[in-house]
Design a protein around this ligand. Structure first.
Ligand SMILES: NC(=O)c1ccc[n+]([C@@H]2O[C@H](COP(=O)([O-])OP(=O)(O)OC[C@H]3O[C@@H](n4cnc5c(N)ncnc54)[C@H](OP(=O)(O)O)[C@@H]3O)[C@@H](O)[C@H]2O)c1
Length: 355
């Protein structure tokens, strides 16, 4: 009987993350009572299917939060910044997937496998979920940290275009349709010239037949906002304010699932067999690491799955405290919707079962 369960609002139900959230809600159907679907006025009146039933999308207004226990915010930063405090002021617990509150000292940044306790201390009534690149990394690194004590991370990302939302996927599809079957990619600038005006693309360069070493916005001293987000968010989730982190974020022509090559340096010497054991048993991690047999994670195999996949685990040749890893995580699932859903389910458990 759903009436006894906490009620939920999904704000941004029509977006890339919203679509995955509706699938997850359908798979975890016994957690929530009423579920309201909310988006911008552009989408009001659209019908979406959740838990096997059609539901009409409502426009985001203050009134939609009446009688809503928990609201998932899957909207751009500025929409969360404006509306999450409005929902929280009405007593709704907000789980926010945007960057608006991640570094706010009064908002916990939660990864249930790593710092589940943090969800309970939320003075603003808001809980934040990390960036998708941080999430692809931190479940594996956090498990290793518990035993070896992480001190430094050097990370290069291979990020999927859906990290830039629906527009990112649309841009890749359009660009691929223009270059497929051509001889492009053999002369300087030929892809860029063939694509012509890529206005509307969220990428700073062609992403078809290319890689783009820039994600997010200018964050000072040559760093991108995505690179600094990995640094600050890893520090906050692991509660390691002095953790040394250097990230280079790169978009690649992959639809969904971020990959990363990681050099992690620890306080203690690494026994690589023990690192394998930890990764093989850590919650939310799959160790897939027999490279000679072709067993290592790739985004096209990992997409649509929940865990963080880890392969190519080896001790650094020149540093007994260093470990090299390759990780893949679906940015739309654990990197966004699934982590938000896990946080929300832990909050749902706080609500008394009403009858
Ligand atoms: N994509 C990822 O890999 C990823 C990972 C982690 C976190 N995030 C974060 O999750 C959030 C959503 O990302 P996304 O990729 O799903 O974006 P998206 O595909 O562009 O979807 C944006 C959603 O926000 C809604 N929206 C936009 N403006 C609104 C407004 N003024 N009022 C109400 N709703 C509004 C849109 O509704 P309409 O359809 O009506 O426009 C749509 O449902 C962003 O903060 C993003 O940074 C994304």
């Amino acid at each position: 009987m759903t009436a006894c369960r906490p009620s939920l609002a999904v704000v941004g139900a029509t977006g890339a993350i919203g679509g995955v959230m509706l699938q997850i809600l359908s798979q975890h159907a016994d957690v929530w009572g009423e579920v309201k679907l909310i988006a911008s006025p552009r989408s009001a009146g659209r019908k979406l299917v959740v838990r096997g039933e059609e539901s009409e999308v409502l426009e985001l207004t203050e009134d939609v939060f009446d009688d809503v226990d928990v609201a998932l915010f899957l909207v751009p930063d500025e929409v969360s910044a404006q509306w999450a405090p409005i929902a929280a002021a009405k007593g709704t617990v907000v789980i926010d997937d945007s960057a608006a509150f991640r570094l706010d000292a009064d908002v916990p940044l939660v990864v249930p496998e790593i710092n589940p306790h943090a969800v309970r201390i939320r003075p603003r009534g808001i809980v934040a979920s990390p960036n998708c690149t941080t999430l692809a990394l931190i479940v594996a690194v956090g498990a290793l940290h518990a035993e070896f004590g992480v001190r430094e991370l050097v990370v290069s990302s291979y990020q999927a275009v859906s990290g830039a939302g629906r527009e990112g996927v649309a841009a890749l599809r359009e660009q691929l349709s223009m270059v497929a079957g051509t001889e492009l990619g053999t002369k300087p600038g030929d892809v860029r010239r063939a694509l012509g005006d890529t206005e509307g693309s969220p990428f700073a360069a062609p992403v078809a037949l290319n890689v783009v070493p820039w994600a997010g916005t200018e964050a000072g001293d040559g760093w991108s906002s995505e690179e600094l987000a990995i640094r600050e968010e890893c520090r906050k989730v692991l509660d390691l304010p002095g953790l040394r982190v250097a990230a280079t974020c790169v978009y690649v022509p992959v639809v969904a699932t971020h990959s990363m090559s990681v050099h992690a340096r620890f306080e203690n010497e690494i026994a690589v067999d023990r690192a394998h054991e930890i990764l093989a048993t850590a919650p939310g991690v799959v160790l897939y690491d027999s490279p000679a047999a072709g067993d290592f994670p790739t985004p096209s195999d990992v997409v649509g799955t929940d865990p963080t996949w880890v392969g190519r685990v080896r001790r650094s040749l020149d540093d007994p405290r260093g470990l090299e890893l390759f990780v893949c995580g679906d940015n739309l699932r654990k990197g966004a919707a699934l982590n938000v859903a896990q946080i929300a389910e832990s909050v749902a458990a706080e609500f008394p079962q009403r009858s």
